[in-house]
Write a protein that binds this ligand. Sequence first.
Ligand code: FAD
Ligand code: NAP
Ligand code: SF4
Length: 671
Amino acid sequence: MSAYPTLLSPIDLGPLRLPNRVMMGSMHTGLEETGDWDRVAAFYAARARGGAGLMVTGGMAPNREGGVYPGAAGLFSEEDIANHARVTGAVHEAGGRIAMQILHAGRYAYSKHCVAPSAIRSPISAFTPNALDEVGIEKQIADIATAAARSVEAGYDGVEVMGSEGYFLNQFLAPRTNRREDRWGGSLENRMRLPVEVVRRVRAALGPEKLLIYRISLIDLVPEGQDWSEIVALADAVTEAGADVLNTGIGWHEARVPTIVTSVPRAAFAHLTAKLRAEVAVPVIASNRINTPEVAETILAEGQADMISMARPFLADPDFVAKATRGDAARIAPCIACNQACLDHTFSGKLSSCLVNPRACHETELVLEPVTTPRRIAVVGAGPAGLSAALAATERGHAVTLFDRAERIGGQLHYAAAIPGKEEFRGLIDWFEAEVAASAINLRLGHAPSAEELAGFDAVVVATGVRPRDPGIPGQEGDNVISYADLLSGRVQAGPRVAVVGAGGIGFDVAEYLVTGHSTTIDPPAWRAEWGVADPSVARGGLAPEGPRPDPAIRKVTLLQRKAEKLGKRLGKTTGWVHRAGLQMRAVEMLGGVSYERIDAQGLHVTTSEGSRLIEADTIVLCAGQESERTLAEALRNSGVEAHLIGGADVAAELDAKRAIDQGTRLAATL
Ligand code: FAD
Ligand code: NAP
Ligand code: SF4
């Protein structure tokens, strides 16, 4: 019997019978905007072949003013419809089903032409929206209905109406953004009028044979958001108007509570989907931080939802469902919720991909062709760079020997996994272990090969990573000075007062490690208290009136850098604010613009623009960046063996696991 009997059981959703209860949720990848529709079709067809019961496209703009940014994709012309038909054709041929999301961004549209119920600028937008008049409102509704009609022409199986995340429909619903005094604002009935009318007209445009999903915001996580009675009233009204199913939306984009980053507990919001399920007659879909079949099955088996939406997990592994079905969950490449290659790319105007799977959205370009003449390849270093090179080269048919001087694979990923809130990195190491075990790789742990030993291979890949940079601070040889590796490996304990030298990604992580006694990522009620998340039945918007209630820091930490800029400025675009807020909540002192003078038994002496200062500290942790570990590469060069350098061994600056894995996979594609 399947380990996931509920997840893999069929479900009737409106007019559709689906083979399982897994939906690939909507993601804006940027693929449509490339204009390469073969690529778009290949992306979705791969996920259909991988067994997703239903997929939802990225948000399609119903008109120019509603596009997330100028030039955002939509169905505006016959050519657009024909392009989308190529996608639906490829998906249907692969045996899948696909619905098109209609996304009107309202005041979140990145344009001075953006429109909204009221002229109130969002704190995350540069543009004050134009308040719509009666004619303007009718135009928006008509355009959304037209988009739905065009989706039918393009062959979609239905649509998802985006009503959450603080977008246009949500803006009409919440008092925060709707200050109208006409029939579109004020009372609940008036604020609901636009979303309900949209659903009614979309249903009319679709006819009875197509699926209509409404994405409903179950917790706005902003002041003056909706309360629970309003959410339930809306759920009833949109189902009455023609929605077949309600998908879960969590938090507005401007919310100051994280909703999908890796430190959010798995299934952190499924209890709200369960709460809605008890109130409505239609199926409900749970979403947010669900990334394994076990978590998904538990939600369904406990009756919290009828179906599960997972979006980013389908970037990490298009074959998620197929692997769960064949009982091979350990082989599912895990989404670690890092946002590094997906949302951070989207918000930087770059094409999405995935840290774990660089082939995501590059299906037609990064192809691992089988080789006709297998070669004997040595890969030295089993961090993410070496692992991905070894796995991809083996997949192509090469005979690979993978060496690491350590007794385990994973390299620096072990340090990442030690950080409270980054537990998902453990799953990434486990997955690499499962992949290596299932492959034909000859794994040689606890062994650092010499250049002579490697001379007999047809190709050598050096993936020896990095070593910590020596900041050269006088006194750093004292017993009170340690490296991040000493600390995170558990070899050395820090005292109660700590100074952290260097505020890059590692310095921030080390500070988090030092101040956190208990990781709330594995304790959802504690996490909700930490971020001030309340039940929307008792607090409008789901924000606790008393605000965030974090556990106190277990150490006094000062985080320092030489640059005079704000600390954490270069952290991830969609995640940096969470790291900064987390440390601020635990009173970490952040000091920029310092010069390090010396270290002695009292602590760290620095100079700032205000003069000399002693940071009293029992322990000083060095996180001053890294340099390439090239000892082996140089020995190989001296003995005339040609080597390919990847990951940190190649370039240490701005190294992360995303680049290491991408570079390893791309090199293997060419060997
Ligand atoms: P490494 O991971 O350093 O692996 C090199 C491997 O080579 C090691 O296993 C080592 O034992 C082996 N080796 C070295 N010399 C030899 C030799 N002579 N013979 C045999 N084996 C040898 N990145 C992200 O993208 N996101 C994050 O959130 C993130 N968080 C991090 C948090 C912390 C605390 C740390 C320390 C790092 C974090 N990183 C993160 C960075 C990421 O882990 C590294 O960029 C990545 O591991 C580099 O990969 P690599 O394979 O080049 O090198
Ligand atoms: P980093 O981001 O380059 O930061 C190095 C820090 O050390 C900076 O604060 C730098 O600031 C300081 N520094 C540099 N040279 C110094 C010197 N000679 N003396 C004293 N201080 C010095 O590197 P990292 O923190 O080591 O991280 C390594 C990589 O891992 C990063 O590129 C990062 O992308 C990745 N990582 C990512 C995440 C993530 O969440 N995405 C988390 C952890 C790590 P000043 O020069 O201003 O002092
Ligand atoms: Fe998940 Fe990170 Fe991949 Fe995005 S980049 S899909 S968050 S693993």
